[in-house]
Design a protein around this ligand. Structure first.
Ligand code: OGA
Ligand code: NI
Length: 350
């Protein structure tokens, strides 16, 4: 059985009656999820209501964003302006994509991480020593007109629904970037300006049910390479965040996004805001779908701590200033590793 499973490109093509994960998915004993040793996030991951961001209580919401970004690096948001219908359609069409016949899904298959639209599996099949129980479609979605021709044209509504969702989420992200700039005491357009033309990618993560979820990961622990990530998940739990030496599961709340601070924001904020370790686990019963929107600088951007946040006396620059492409190449030339990619971008202390 394992032989037939390993000859498939995607996890979702394995025979669903297999009772063991193939050997190349089995983690060493020291690196397994320990599914029982997990706290429920309950109210420990802040839920921020954005409704009042444009009213007289803006300062209070900005304060909540500052607090969540410095303490947790993760928060959930409601009343975010992305219509429920847009969210429902996005989840439905993403599910339809992965429920298509294998021949349709593998049309876009590529192991080349420089491709701007591709289907693949695990994290980085060229570098992963142990594979992950995840298939994904990844695409670029800003500016939409530069990429929409190469997106999947099946299901029929894929392009239209994805374009509407990406546009709506981008508007939300621009709002968040302004508020987060303010929360750092910067001009509200500071972060947006640093990002130059901006870049936006989406992933559609598909985690099939797994016969032995205690032996493998959907995605092993990592920090996101982004400025920020806005994650939509379906109603199946699986996302876990590391805080105070414990793993917390971030249980889905309908029509709510989970936002996390990425490495670029950690640099811009000079370590005030934290890019936090997270991972995704799988389960025996139910497939799981998550749709992160990854927001990035464009490749010509130069990233470094905001000048306003550093001074000679108390607050030295933790990072050097670097071309974003240098980080990008470092990130993709490795497997997902615990060691932060940012270690290579620290300011020299001598
Ligand atoms: C990611 C990620 C978590 C999830 O794609 O970077 O962390 O719940 N996904 O799928
Ligand atoms: Ni992530």
């Amino acid at each position: 059985m394992a032989a037939s499973a390993t000859s498939k490109l995607l996890v979702s093509d394995f025979d669903s009656s297999i009772s063991h994960v193939p050997p190349n998915y089995v983690r060493p004993i020291s690196d397994r999820p320990n599914l029982l040793d997990v706290e429920s996030s309950g109210d420990s991951i802040p839920l921020i209501d954005l409704r009042e961001l444009h009213g007289p209580n803006r300062a209070e919401i900005v304060h909540q964003l500052a607090n969540a970004s410095s303490t947790y690096g993760f928060f959930q948001i409601k009343n975010h302006g992305v219509p429920d219908k847009t969210i429902d359609q996005m989840l439905a069409v993403a599910r339809d994509f992965f429920h298509q016949p294998e021949s349709e899904r593998v049309k876009h298959y590529s192991a080349d991480s420089t491709k701007t639209t591709r289907v693949s599996t695990s994290f980085n099949v060229s570098a992963d020593k142990v594979l992950n129980w995840r298939d994904f479609l990844r695409l670029h979605c800003f500016p939409i007109k530069d990429f929409i021709q190469e997106w999947p044209s099946s299901p029929d509504s894929f392009k239209e629904v994805t374009a509407e969702y990406a546009t709506s989420v981008r508007a939300l992200i621009l709002t968040l970037l302004e508020a987060i700039s303010e929360s750092l005491g910067l001009e509200s357009d500071h972060i947006s300006n640093i990002l130059r033309q901006h870049a936006q990618h989406m992933a559609f993560n598909y985690y099939p049910p797994c016969p032995e979820p205690e032996l493998t990961y959907g995605l092993p622990e990592h920090k996101d390479p982004t400025v920020i990530t806005v994650l939509l998940q379906d109603q199946v739990s699986g996302l876990q965040v590391f805080k105070d030496d414990k793993w917390f599961s971030v249980n889905p709340i309908p029509n709510t996004f989970t936002v996390n601070i990425g490495d670029q924001m950690q640099v811009i904020s000079n370590d005030k805001y934290k890019s936090v370790i997270h991972r995704a686990v799988v389960n025996t019963e139910r497939e799981r779908l998550s749709i992160p929107t990854f927001y990035f600088p464009s490749t010509d951007a130069v990233i470094g701590p905001a000048n306003e946040l550093i001074n000679e006396q108390e607050s030295l620059a933790v990072y050097r200033t670097f071309p974003f492409v240098e980080y990008w190449d470092t990130f993709w030339n490795r497997s997902l590793a615990t060691a932060s990619c940012l270690d290579a971008f620290k300011a020299s202390t001598t």
